[in-house]
Design a protein. Structure first.
Length: 299
C-alpha cells in the first residue's frame, strides 16, 4: 500500500531576502524524502498570506508553515484558527514574540527540525470584533510606536530605539471606556496592552506570566506618562531581560468591551501590525484552545 505523503505548505514573507534563500535551500535538504510533498508560497503584499493559507487548506495541507515575523504568523493563523491543521513557524522577523514564547529557534535548520517532528499544542486565540490575534494587541503608545517603526527604513534594535524617541515626542493619549465583568472605567491610557503570550519581542516582556492555553488574556496598562521612567525601564528591561516597569496595572480577562471616547479612529497594533478601525466599540474575547501550533518537544 502506497504511503500518503505529508503535504506541507510554506507561506514565506520575502522581505528578508537573505534568509529566504537560506530557507529554500534548507527546505530542499530537510524534506528530500518521498514522504513529503512541499509547496513554497511567496507572500507579495499585506494580506496575501491569508489568501495563500486558504489555498493551502483547499489543497488539503497537512501542515502550513508561516515563515516570517509575527505579522505573517497572524495572517496564516487567521485561516488555520478553528481547523485541525497545525501551524508551523520559521521565525524570520525582528521581534518574533510568538516564536520566542514557544522557544522556537531563529536558526532555520533547528526550526525546520521542529516542523518535521510535528509535536503540537493547542492554544487560545483572541478576537477583536472579527479579527483574530495570537500574541498581543495594543491601543496605547505601543500602537503608535509600531506605526512609527513600520515607516522607518532602519529596522532591528536600532530601528526600535529611533522609533521610540519619535513616538514619545508626539504621542497623545486616546480616552477610552472599558467594561470588564460588568464594571466600567474611564481611562486615558499611556500604555494599553492585551497579551496571550509572555513575549513582546526581543525577549522583552511586560506579561511574563502569560499562558497561551489557560482561557484568559493578560491586560496591562498605565495612565502614567513619565517619559524618563518609561525609557529607563525599557532599556534596562531589554538589557538584563527582567521586567522592571513601574506603575503598571494588571488584570486577567476573558472578554472586554472598549469604547472610543474621542473623535479619532482606533489605531491598534495587532501582532505587530497596524490596524485602523473606525468603529466606536471594540469587543475582545478569548476563544479557548482554537489553534494547533507545532512547538519544540520538551526533553
Amino acid at each position: 500500500m502506497k504511503m500518503k505523503k505529508n503535504k506541507i505548505f510554506f507561506v514565506i514573507n520575502p522581505l528578508h531576502s537573505k534568509k529566504v534563500q537560506k530557507l529554500k535551500n534548507q527546505i530542499k535538504k530537510k524534506f528530500a524524502s518521498d514522504n513529503y510533498k512541499i509547496n513554497l508560497l511567496i507572500s507579495e503584499y499585506k494580506g496575501h498570506a491569508i489568501k495563500l493559507s486558504k489555498k493551502a487548506v483547499d489543497k488539503k495541507a497537512t501542515i502550513v508553515v508561516a515563515c516570517g515575523g509575527d505579522g505573517t504568523i497572524n495572517e496564516v493563523g487567521q485561516t488555520l484558527a478553528r481547523t485541525s491543521i497545525p501551524l508551523g513557524v520559521i521565525p524570520l522577523g525582528s521581534g518574533n514574540s510568538f516564536a520566542r514564547h514557544f522557544n522556537i529557534s531563529r536558526k532555520i535548520s533547528i526550526a525546520l527540525d521542529v516542523v518535521i517532528e510535528n509535536y503540537t499544542t493547542i492554544i487560545d486565540i483572541g478576537k477583536i470584533n472579527n479579527t483574530f490575534f495570537f500574541s498581543n494587541f495594543g491601543l496605547g503608545i505601543e500602537a503608535k510606536f509600531i506605526h512609527e517603526y513600520s515607516k522607518k527604513e532602519i529596522h532591528g534594535f536600532l530601528g526600535y530605539i529611533i522609533s521610540f524617541f519619535t513616538t514619545i515626542s508626539s504621542y497623545k493619549k486616546l480616552p477610552i471606556k472599558i467594561e470588564i465583568n460588568k464594571k466600567e472605567e474611564i481611562l486615558n491610557p499611556y500604555l494599553f496592552l492585551i497579551s496571550n503570550t509572555s513575549q513582546q519581542g526581543y525577549n522583552f516582556s511586560i506579561t511574563p506570566k502569560a499562558i497561551t492555553n489557560d482561557g484568559i488574556m493578560n491586560l496591562v496598562y498605565t495612565e502614567n506618562s513619565s517619559l524618563l521612567i518609561l525609557f529607563y525601564n525599557l532599556i534596562i528591561s531589554l538589557i538584563i531581560k527582567k521586567n522592571l516597569f513601574q506603575k503598571l496595572k494588571y488584570s486577567k480577562l476573558k472578554q472586554i468591551k472598549i469604547t472610543n471616547k474621542s473623535n479619532k479612529p482606533f489605531c491598534l497594533q495587532v501582532d505587530g501590525e497596524i490596524l485602523n478601525i473606525n468603529k466606536k466599540e471594540l469587543f475582545i474575547n478569548v476563544i479557548s484552545k482554537s489553534l494547533k501550533v507545532i512547538v519544540p518537544k520538551k526533553r
